[in-house]
Design a protein around this ligand. Structure first.
Ligand code: GCU
Length: 419
């Protein structure tokens, strides 16, 4: 008996780990769950006023830091900016393009990140869409002046990266995904950088990227990669605030997939982001963890052990114990406009769970005098809805497509141009 007990003690975790993960894609199999109420303090007291919410907001943010993304450090280093290339003849002469090297320096260590910006030629300060990219700045344009990143990159034949290095082969291949031309035509700037320059996306023991700027003792609540990417977006925001061409009161932070998780966490942690856009961010992003539909907390922690705080793995196959769920991440963005987008076939990211997160953030938006998500039912495919919370489920699968960008520009028009 005892030996069976011992055997199962040692081998059960191995078994769970090595078994093929079978995602649930059957709505009928979604377990019953109870979502934590964003409008009740941990001590059980109800939240009735905007002032109460401010305190509850901090409480919820602390929980996400501790239990999910890990605590990011306060930035007390030195930042330097150097324009490494620029032209005022981009996008058919309509835009200025610049690439800027931003150096983050602290305790004798330095991390360089490269920000690519397209800004409309205009006498006015332009609102900007800021997001991390997956394959390097050079994938946004054929222009040879744009640098090919020398940071570690995932291998991808289509985008020309092999042996963890980017190459010329990827140049211009992601141009349409970013909607640069449409942005410029509509008066918006685009700012982007390669996410691996902030933190290379592999399980490296946190000794490179921006983690290396802090020689800290790590514990189970220390920041993971998603938090590092989000933190980097705030460092870019520091820089955008210094630019005369940019309206820093209108910066939308956006991201796709793992970078959508980072965009949401950036928006939740830094209220300077006036608008937040989650494109197919899924588990650990906009999707409710308790639904266990598609990717689950356990699966994400095992496949990407470096993304979150170590503590998050406590909730693997244990979602009901989470003191928060992802609707509260959306609530942290209130009253700011937030857009959540799903892909119909991107079941791994749980489109319905992403919609429900928005819907269940409504009580907080409403407490703050807003509407939040303007519908109660998930809209039909390709039928965007745009309240304070916007949502669409696009036909097709996982990706950030011109269709998605088009909706985000419409959403920004609605919130920023009608006033
Ligand atoms: C994987 C991962 C997702 C993530 C996605 C991406 O599919 O499981 O959580 O969003 O990669 O970043 O493309």
């Amino acid at each position: 008996m005892r030996s069976i007990y011992l055997l199962s003690f040692f081998f059960l975790p191995l078994l769970v780990f090595s078994q093929e993960f079978e995602p649930n894609y059957d709505e009928a199999e979604v377990p019953e769950y109870h979502l934590p109420d964003p409008l009740i303090f941990d001590n059980g007291q109800a939240i009735n006023t905007a002032e109460d919410w401010e305190r509850r907001r901090l409480e919820i943010h602390d929980i996400f830091e501790r239990e999910v993304y890990g605590k990011s450090p306060h930035w007390d280093g030195e930042s330097r900016a150097e324009v490494i290339s620029s032209t005022d003849n981009a996008v058919g002469g309509m835009a200025i393009r610049k690439e800027v090297k931003l150096s983050l320096i602290r305790q004798g260590k330095q991390v360089d990140i490269y920000l690519l910006m397209y800004l409309p030629k205009s006498n006015l300060r332009s609102p900007v869409f800021l997001g991390l990219n997956f394959y390097g700045n050079h994938t946004l344009s054929e222009d040879q002046a744009i640098r090919v990143t020398d940071a570690w990159i995932r291998n991808n034949e289509t985008y020309g990266s092999s042996e963890n290095r980017a190459s010329e082969k990827g140049r211009g291949l992601r141009r349409d995904n970013w909607g640069v031309e449409e942005a410029i035509n509509r008066g918006y700037g685009i700012a982007t950088l390669y996410y691996g320059e902030l933190d290379p996306d592999f399980d490296d023991g946190f000794d490179n990227g921006v983690h290396a700027l802090y020689q800290e003792e790590r514990d189970e609540n220390s920041w993971g990669a998603v938090a590092a990417w989000a933190w980097g977006l705030s460092r870019v925001m520091d820089y955008l605030e210094t630019l005369e061409e940019v309206d820093a009161t209108k910066v939308a932070v956006l991201g796709h997939s793992r970078l959508g998780k980072a965009a949401l966490w950036a928006g939740a942690s830094d209220s300077r982001f006036a608008m937040v856009i989650s494109n197919n961010s899924g588990c650990g992003g906009a999707a409710l963890s308790r639904r266990r539909y598609g990717e689950t907390v356990g699966r994400i922690n095992r496949a990407f052990p470096h993304w979150f705080a170590k503590r998050f793995s406590h909730y693997s196959e244990n979602e009901d114990e989470l003191p928060i769920d992802q609707h509260q991440l959306i609530a942290l963005l209130a009253p700011r406009p937030v857009y959540i987008a799903s892909g119909e076939e991107d079941r791994w990211a749980d489109p319905r769970g992403e919609f429900l997160s928005g819907l269940h953030a409504n009580p907080v938006y409403q407490l703050l005098g807003k509407t939040g998500m303007p519908v109660n039912e998930q809209p039909a495919v390709d039928q965007p809805i745009m309240g304070d919370i916007g949502y669409h489920v696009r036909s097709g699968g996982h990706g950030m497509l011109p269709y998605d960008m088009h909706q985000y520009f419409n959403f920004a028009d609605k919130h920023w141009k009608s006033k």
